[in-house]
Design a protein around this ligand. Structure first.
Ligand SMILES: [Zn+2]
Length: 147
């Protein structure tokens, strides 16, 4: 049945582990592949955004669909038990997200939220990042959609 040698199997397993990195790391990798420079988790900013482009006053936040309740997303499932507990937890998380985004905006920062389900298409995520960074604050007076 299993034709893999132990060496081959452990090599494959190590590859799997390497690829199994967090979504923030994946977004950072995409940004690096675009040749862009950024800062990580700037603690002086509301919500410590995952990735910060200081000169542009732009911040990227990577949100897990489950914990941050990506609306309409199939990964934002609702647990079947302890509903009160989960609803309170989700409400706290989303209220915090709203507050953080509002505080950043008030401080003159533009934000882009990347949901982890969107990382399934790295091309589209890269296009969104490029568009987000290219859009100028004072240019057409447009805000970047977070949805
Ligand atoms: Zn999602």
């Amino acid at each position: 049945m299993d034709s893999l040698t132990p060496e081959r199997r452990s090599w494959l397993m190590s590859r799997v582990r390497q690829r199994d990195t967090g979504p923030e790391r994946e977004v950072r990798r995409l940004i690096r592949s675009l040749g862009l420079r950024y800062r990580l988790n700037v603690t002086s900013l509301p919500g410590k955004p995952d990735i910060v482009f200081h000169g542009k006053r732009k911040a990227i936040l990577v949100h897990g669909c489950f914990w941050h309740r990506h609306r309409g997303c199939r990964y934002a499932t609702r647990p079947k038990s302890r509903l009160d507990y989960w609803d309170r937890k989700f409400e706290r998380n989303t209220a915090r997200d709203r507050r953080v985004l509002a505080e950043l905006r008030k401080a003159g920062w533009q934000t882009l939220v990347i949901w982890t389900c969107q990382l399934q298409s790295s091309t589209r995520v890269m296009q969104r990042i490029v568009k987000f960074l290219a859009d100028d604050n004072n240019w057409r007076g447009r805000t970047t959609s977070n949805s």
